[in-house]
Design a protein around this ligand. Structure first.
Ligand SMILES: NC(=O)C1=CN([C@@H]2O[C@H](COP(=O)(O)OP(=O)(O)OC[C@H]3O[C@@H](n4cnc5c(N)ncnc54)[C@H](O)[C@@H]3O)[C@@H](O)[C@H]2O)C=CC1
Ligand SMILES: O=C(O)C(=O)Cc1ccc(O)cc1
Length: 361
């Protein structure tokens, strides 16, 4: 594949375009909003000049409800030899594509399972897809050339292809993406009118749970409108669990010992089910979950400290698997949690302490 077109140069379109230009492809950028396409081009994502002939692959990166219409329009113009999209839901767009009479031989649905809580080209990054699943939903008649073109796109973006049926995809993302998005928003909504003194106490837990609550509401209305039933099914089950959890918490306040024990058992059960579910989430690159342990280092809030710390960890021959940085309100220090292989915790702690770092026990 040598040439591509990206139609819709928001977060996902521009990120894919950056990944492709980074690998030497020529990418033609289009957007209904010319400013978005110009911004993407200025970031190095490609050119706003139209292609002279059909490109190898067009990537349609517009809101889910517009995928059918935009695909039909691109095919009418003969923009590309093969087409894919990146919409977060797959069954609705597929029905629309069929209803509009699009060419489904040269089209394959796609959904990179990676994103950010921000929108627009300025939030784009070439590396957001690395190691992440990229779902492909071929139609019954998608041809091999189209499948190969999109497999090349997925490989160039560093993602892992997973072929799925569109309905199965939509049920899966209701569980792992769409319901979690709403639950994150619901937890964050509790903070809307909370007392400032309470908000100031926010630590890493509430930050982790509410990160995606910063997402763009308009985009999520589009996504949820196209998967409302499946998401409602998941949330109805959560509502049952919530009801039982509230009952267990009330029981914890009871006078009677037996009732309090029942409450504690209920809470323990929900925590244990959570432990089991959380442990099933795969680690980086879709690998089975790996248990890492953390080394927590206190860091002065000054330029270059993080780089110096990473340099020392690297020199000690330890691979950093993940990093979390926690700032304490009103203090000039932060805590850096380095996730490392369990066997590396003791030697790394000793090495860092020996060179003057403050490592928490
Ligand atoms: N944001 C995320 O984390 C993820 C989003 N997706 C999917 O990617 C697609 C794009 O989402 P984002 O990049 O986040 O949205 P975005 O809002 O950042 O970008 C969408 C772009 O499409 C353009 N657009 C709208 N109508 C158009 C038309 N008719 N022709 C050409 N351009 C048009 C808009 O002007 C905008 O620049 C959506 O289908 C979304 O479901 C997939 C994975 C993750
Ligand atoms: O930010 C995250 O963790 C996400 O999971 C973002 C995301 C949003 C929408 C998608 O269709 C896929 C991924």
């Amino acid at each position: 594949m040598r040439t591509a077109a990206v139609v819709g140069t928001g977060l996902i379109g521009t990120s894919a375009a950056l990944a492709l230009t980074g690998r030497g492809l020529t990418v033609h950028l289009e957007d209904a909003d010319p400013d978005a396409a110009r911004t993407a081009a200025s970031l190095g994502a490609g050119t706003t000049e139209p292609a002279e002939g059909p490109v190898d692959l067009a990537i349609i990166a517009v809101p889910p409800a517009l995928v059918g219409k935009v695909l039909a329009d691109c095919q009418r113009r003969g923009l590309a030899r093969c087409y894919t999209d990146v919409a977060s839901v797959k069954a609705g767009p597929r029905s629309e594509i069929a209803a509009l009479g699009c060419d489904t031989v040269h089209y394959i649905g796609g959904h990179p399972m990676a994103g950010r809580e921000r929108s627009g080209p300025l939030a784009a990054r070439a590396d957001i897809f690395e190691g992440r699943p990229w779902v492909l939903t071929p139609t019954a008649d998608t041809d091999t050339e189209t499948l190969n073109a999109v497999l090349e796109l997925v490989a160039l973006c560093g993602s892992v292809p997973i072929v799925m049926d569109a309905e199965a995809h939509d049920r899966a993302v209701a569980l792992v993406s769409h319901a979690p998005q709403l639950l994150s928003s619901l937890v964050a909504a509790r903070l809307e009118k909370a007392d400032e003194t309470a908000i100031r106490l926010s630590g890493q837990g509430v930050r982790d749970v509410t990160r995606i609550a910063a997402s763009n509401p308009a985009m999520w209305v589009d996504i949820l409108s196209a998967n409302a039933g499946a998401v409602a099914d998941v949330l109805a089950e959560v509502a049952v669990d919530l009801g039982e959890t509230v009952t267990a918490l009330r029981a914890l306040q009871a006078e009677e010992d037996a009732e309090r024990r029942g409450g504690a058992a209920g809470i323990e059960a929900v925590m244990r089910r959570g432990n089991t579910g959380q442990a099933r989430i795969p680690g980086k690159h879709g690998a089975p979950p790996t248990r890492y342990e953390t080394v927590a280092v206190v860091l002065g809030d000054q330029p270059g400290e993080l780089g110096r710390l990473f340099g020392e960890v690297g020199a000690a021959g330890v691979n950093i698997e993940d990093v979390d940085i926690e700032h304490s309100t009103g203090q000039q220090v932060g805590f850096v949690q380095l996730s490392v292989a369990p066997g590396a915790v003791r030697p790394l702690t000793a090495t860092l302490r020996a060179s003057g770092w403050s490592v928490r026990d």
